[in-house]
Design a protein around this ligand. Structure first.
Ligand code: C2O
Ligand code: CU
Ligand code: CU
Length: 482
């Protein structure tokens, strides 16, 4: 029996206590998880379907999303109760072009209130899907907006205050691909074939096959089983020399340090908010919860490299670093290159001219300190507006993690540039448009944000740590654009 199956059988057979021990959560000494080299990659990678859409008489592209409870068969022993959009687990990939008007009819068929937040989208605050746009069970919510930002890999997920970790873990997550209106960038574009979404998550299964859905530890939920688009043990057949991967870290607490089993070089072509000015070759790429990257990997006929996550420095003390998964080595996805590969051109030397911001553009500087699940000493309060910014303006925010835990920082409704982290310019693969920045222990990031042009003094956007347990506990604040 392959090692993964026996490990899972063991988990199912011996109940939640064993699961906790394997994740190193709360019993005894923390231990690193190592699945590298152990998966047998028995299942084809699931690809989230592209959501169908219709064109309304006003020209809007209309999507339908229904959030509902279901069940998924992750392993033969017992089905797992899961939540999904238009299905049992995860959601379809929404796709629209810059300039298009988009309307999404969101139906909540769940037993609980939910929201759908469009992470990374420049969108009016009333349609942002934050904790202020709750959809009651049985109700419908119909946001509509015009896509006005560069091509990018965005995503959607629930944002009910205090419940996001639970709802995301049950399965509510999907991708939203924005296509550009400009010239083709010379990147692979065939969805699910050589342009492949990878929604990366981790889970812990309890003895009855159900997910552990909420955490009690400060680091949040760290699972011992990785899910790639909902597949536990996946392979992907490759038929072209170059494949674009749209990687979304949709875990609630785990930081992934992506790389390949043969340490090959791959090329980063995009960050959270769109393509980079030029391709950046790397061997490792670290993404914290909520961050995305688009990479291009080149393959040779017949080879079978494995996408893995490697140990990383989260800046925490030894024991904490282990508990937060920083020492883990994980098998994620095996690629199986066919014996004949269709030729793919080399990447162009430059992609798009960078839309640049100048430090001089900043009209104001603000400071944010993340510590003890607070931001600037305050716990999230739905009725308090923490900051008011000018619509369409540019500001510099200094964000400091003065805690002993790793955090990150996400801003709604806008994209930003990282100016520097502890005074050092970001590596080129993080120098593009971002909406989430990783903050190792005691790091300070200076970011320059271009705020949403939509003014609304009544409805706030949010900023928060995207380690979701922390956001649920109150490491979150609110701002309006006026
Ligand atoms: Cu991805 Cu406020 O969220
Ligand atoms: Cu967001
Ligand atoms: Cu945090």
């Amino acid at each position: 029996m392959p090692p993964l199956l026996s490990r899972r059988t063991f988990l199912l057979g011996s109940g939640a206590g064993a699961a906790l021990m394997l994740t190193g959560c709360s019993i005894g000494k923390a231990e690193a998880l190592s699945t590298a080299g152990t998966l047998d990659f028995a299942d084809p990678l699931a690809i989230p379907p592209l959501a169908p859409s219709t064109l309304a008489s006003d020209g809007a592209r209309v999507f339908q999303l229904t959030a509902k409870a279901g069940s998924s068969l992750f392993h033969p022993a017992a089905p797992t109760p899961t939540w999904g959009y238009n299905g049992d687990f995860l959601g379809p990939t929404l796709r629209a072009r810059r300039g298009e008007k988009v309307r999404v009819a969101v139906q909540n068929d769940l037993p609980d209130p939910t929201t759908v937040h469009w992470h990374g989208m420049q969108i009016p605050a009333i349609y942002d899907g934050s904790a202020h746009q709750v959809i009651a069970p049985g109700a419908q919510w119909v946001p509509e907006w015009t896509i006005d930002q560069p091509a990018a890999t965005l995503w959607y997920h629930p944002h009910v205050h205090g419940k996001s970790e639970e709802q995301m873990t049950r399965g509510l997550t999907g991708m939203f691909i924005v296509d550009g209106d400009g010239p083709d960038q010379g990147l692979p574009t065939e969805y699910g074939v050589d342009d492949v979404p990878l929604i990366i998550q981790d889970r812990t299964f309890a003895g009855d096959g159900s997910f552990q859905v909420s955490s009690t530890t400060p680091e949040g939920l760290l699972g011992d089983t990785m899910l790639i688009n909902g597949s536990i043990n996946p392979y992907l057949i490759v038929r072209t020399e170059a494949v674009r991967l749209r990687i979304l870290n949709a875990a609630t607490a785990r930081v992934f340090n992506f790389g390949f089993s043969d340490n090959r070089t791959f090329t980063v072509v995009g960050t959270d908010g769109g393509v980079l000015p030029a391709p950046v070759p790397v061997e490792r790429l670290m993404l914290s919860p909520g961050e995305r990257a688009e990479i291009v990997v080149r393959f040779k006929a017949g080879e079978q490299p494995v996408l893995q996550s490697h140990p990383q420095e989260l800046g925490m003390s030894g024991e904490l670093n282990i508990r937060a998964g920083g020492n883990d080595s994980l098998d994620l996805l095996q690629f199986r290159a066919a014996t004949k590969l269709a030729a793919a051109a080399k990447l162009p030397a430059s992609l798009v001219p960078p839309a640049s911001l100048d430090l001089e553009d900043s009209s104001r500087t603000r400071g944010f300190i993340l510590k003890d699940m607070y931001i600037n000493g305050k716990i999230m309060d739905m009725s308090r507006i923490d900051e008011t910014v000018g619509a369409g303006t540019v500001e510099t925010w200094n964000v400091s993690n003065t805690d002993n835990l790793a955090h990150n920082f996400h801003v709604h409704g806008a994209q930003f540039r990282i100016i520097d982290i502890d005074g050092v310019n970001p590596q080129p693969e993080f120098a593009g448009w971002k909406d989430t920045v990783f903050l190792p222990v005691r790091a300070t990031a200076r970011i320059q944000i271009k705020f949403s042009p939509y003014a609304d003094p009544a409805t706030p956007y949010m900023y928060h740590c995207h380690f979701i347990r922390h956001a649920d506990m109150g490491m979150m604040g609110q701002f309006t654009t006026v």
